[in-house]
Design a protein around this ligand. Structure first.
Ligand SMILES: [Zn+2]
Length: 88
């Protein structure tokens, strides 16, 4: 499965007040979104992993009209970093 693109962006932030009264913020975690080429090559499969302090979630979707009719997809970041396609 070919990777087309990967996005990483900070998710949520923690704002704290410094001793001099200024504010500073730090990200609580990050969202990692990876796009894979779908089997027919016309669309893509997007897997998203949300990794925050004390909270993790992942999901995947097929962004291809043809492949979404032919396959179901599952994704588990902890077990397998690549989405697994199953033919209906
Ligand atoms: Zn496709």
């Amino acid at each position: 499965m070919k990777i087309l693109n990967e996005h990483r962006e900070p998710a949520g932030e923690m704002v704290s007040i410094n001793e001099d009264g200024t504010k500073s913020s730090s990200p609580l975690g990050e969202n990692i979104s990876t796009e894979y080429e779908c089997p027919c090559g016309k669309g893509k499969i997007v897997a998203t992993f949300e990794n925050m302090a004390g909270y993790r979630d992942s999901w995947v979707k097929i962004e291809c009209e043809d492949c979404s009719k032919k396959y179901s997809v599952s994704y588990n970041w902890a077990r397998d970093e690549k989405p697994v396609l199953t033919k209906y």
